[in-house]
Design a protein around this ligand. Structure first.
Ligand SMILES: Nc1ncnc2c1ncn2[C@@H]1O[C@H](COP(=O)(O)OP(=O)(O)O)[C@@H](O)[C@H]1O
Ligand SMILES: [Mg+2]
Length: 281
């Protein structure tokens, strides 16, 4: 089933001269894990916001084309309707915190209370996401006493507690150290393997290569390419788009060593190792 359909999407922020998104079309199947990459200002965050309806309902502006998520046309439905099925984690976790809750536990319960979930189920879900995001030990702390990384985990926890069908994440590990990022990517991969469709804007290319099934490359608000990580990172013109391939890909490219049995370059450490061993035989 197609979970996301975008057709000829165009968008311009109010007061802005230029289109932030120009004629974007793509489709995402259920359970895919999609990465959105591109240099600063290429439109990654705007595209994320268009998937959850903040564009155009909150930001307004000039809008053309169509976005369907879970079969709902975003423009024709309220953000409240869309948010029942599509969860978004923002780049800056501070913008996501309600600001009115005394503890992390209460902060996570906020969305669940709003949808009127029974107490017992609410407790179960909160315990589950606290564990998944490794923030059980701070559940009674104030959200404002958390480190950036813990706050980012809390923001993700409150969204996944809502059990969305589609999860949109805008650079969700920007506040985390490498070990923390790795854990969060793992948790997101678990969710994706449970059938949740994931779309994530990200600039850590090694992570995109490791976790994403397909990658959408944006430049100046236009979709340049939408393909497997291998195909995207094997392109010769990446630097024209301000993007660098994972370090493993760069090494193999410079040595002219392709992924075993294919015409693309390796993008992960494992595949690079296999290709290099193969080449040494
Ligand atoms: N709230 C806003 N109002 C006006 N222009 C914006 C706003 N947010 C982003 N833009 C512009 O839209 C374009 C795309 O930005 P953005 O989606 O934030 O890119 P990215 O996330 O890839 O850095 C940029 O030219 C940016 O300046
Ligand atoms: Mg952004």
């Amino acid at each position: 089933m197609k979970k996301i359909v975008v057709e000829g999407l165009k968008y311009k922020y109010p007061m802005s001269e230029e289109l932030a998104l120009q004629d974007i079309s793509f489709e995402v199947e259920e359970g895919e894990f999609i990465g959105i990459i591109g240099e600063n200002s290429s439109g990654k965050s705007t595209l994320c916001q268009a998937l959850v309806g903040l564009v155009p309902h909150f930001y307004k502006g000039a809008y053309g084309g169509k976005v369907l998520v879970n079969g709902l046309e975003v423009r024709a439905h309220s953000i409240a309707d869309i948010s029942l099925k599509v969860g978004m984690v923002f780049q800056n976790p501070f913008t996501q915190v309600t600001g009115s809750k005394m503890t992390v536990y209460e902060e996570i319960s906020f969305g669940l209370e709003n949808i009127g979930l029974p107490r017992e189920e609410m407790r179960q879900r909160i315990d589950e996401v606290l564990k998944l995001m490794k923030i059980e030990h701070v559940k009674d702390h104030s959200p404002f006493d958390l480190s950036g990384g813990q706050m980012q985990r809390m923001a993700i926890a409150s969204i996944i507690a809502m059990k969305p069908d589609i999860l949109v994440l805008d650079e969700p590990t920007s506040q985390l150290d490498p070990a923390g990022s790795e854990e969060v990517f793992h948790s997101i991969q678990d969710l994706s393997q449970q059938g949740i469709t994931v779309v994530m804007a990200e600039h850590k290319m090694e992570k995109v290569a490791q976790y994403c099934s397909r990658v959408l490359l944006l430049h100046d608000g236009k979709l340049v390419d939408f393909d497997t990580p291998e195909k995207i990172f094997s392109r010769d013109d990446l630097k024209d788009y301000g993007v660098t391939a994972p370090v493993y890909t760069k090494v193999c490219k410079s040595l002219g060593i392709k992924k075993l049995g294919s015409d693309v370059y390796p993008v992960t450490l494992e595949d690079a190792e296999l290709a290099l061993r193969g080449a040494m035989k």
